[in-house]
Structures are given as structure tokens and as C-alpha cells.
Design a protein around this ligand. Structure first.
Ligand code: GLY
Length: 127
């Protein structure tokens, strides 16, 4: 499989793991020293997986969820590093009806010993 297609597939797997609260998949795809800027961290750069695990440990959210990467772009930063950017749309349903949220995401992947690992991301506020 081409790197481009594999990175898009892995990115979708990562987002689906978040949507269905699948910690095993999320952990497998991420480097243990993953760094991140995301709204939950209130402007701090967080390192490691514990910060993210907190949310998985809360358990799955109620209702269906569908996550779509809109206009995804893969930019190779060398043979073994890549930047994936896209708009993330999350459709969800609850007793109150359906809602769609959007945000911008940039995710960096590095290939180590033949396997791509997610090493950094930056996510905007949800709108
Ligand atoms: N908050 C976890 C992630 O977006 O990767």
C-alpha cells in the first residue's frame, strides 16, 4: 500500500478508535511520548498517553457517532515522517437529536521499524 493511502487509513482508524472508545487501538497507533495541543489541555502542550487515557477511561459516549476527515492532505516530510491535515467532522446523535461538530487537525506520523506511529497533533476548538 502506498504511504499516502496507509496514512489516511491509519488516521481514520485513530479517529474511529476515539469515537468508539477503543483504547487498545488508540494506544497501538500512538507513540508513548505523543505530544499534543488540544482544547482540553487549555493551551498546554501535553506529552504521553495518560492525558488522553483519562477520557477513554470515562467510558463510551451515548449514541451513534460518525467521524469524517474532510479534504485530507498527506505531506511527506521525508521517507519516514508525514503530516496529515484535514477538517474533522463528527456527527453524533442523542435523545436531543443530531449534531455535527467540526475542528481542524494536524497530525504528525513517524515510521519506526516499519510501522507508522502517531507522534504529535494539534486540534482547534470544536465549532
Ligand atoms: N484527544 C485524543 C486525540 O484527539 O487524539
Amino acid at each position: 500500500m502506498q504511504d499516502h493511502d496507509e496514512l489516511l487509513q491509519l488516521s481514520q482508524q485513530l479517529l474511529d478508535a476515539i469515537a468508539v472508545n477503543d483504547w487498545a487501538v488508540y494506544e497501538r497507533l500512538c507513540a508513548t511520548d505523543l505530544t499534543a495541543f488540544e482544547p482540553e489541555a487549555r493551551g498546554q502542550r501535553v506529552a504521553g498517553l495518560d492525558f488522553h487515557r483519562f477520557y477513554f477511561d470515562l467510558g463510551p459516549v451515548q449514541g451513534a457517532r460518525c467521524t469524517t476527515m474532510v479534504d485530507p492532505q498527506v505531506r511527506m516530510l521525508g521517507e519516514d515522517a508525514a503530516l496529515v491535515t484535514y477538517i474533522r467532522l463528527v456527527q453524533s446523535s442523542s435523545d436531543q437529536g443530531t449534531v455535527t461538530s467540526r475542528c481542524e487537525e494536524s497530525r504528525v506520523w513517524v515510521r519506526t521499524e516499519g510501522a507508522w506511529k502517531h507522534v504529535h497533533f494539534h486540534r482547534s476548538q470544536n465549532e
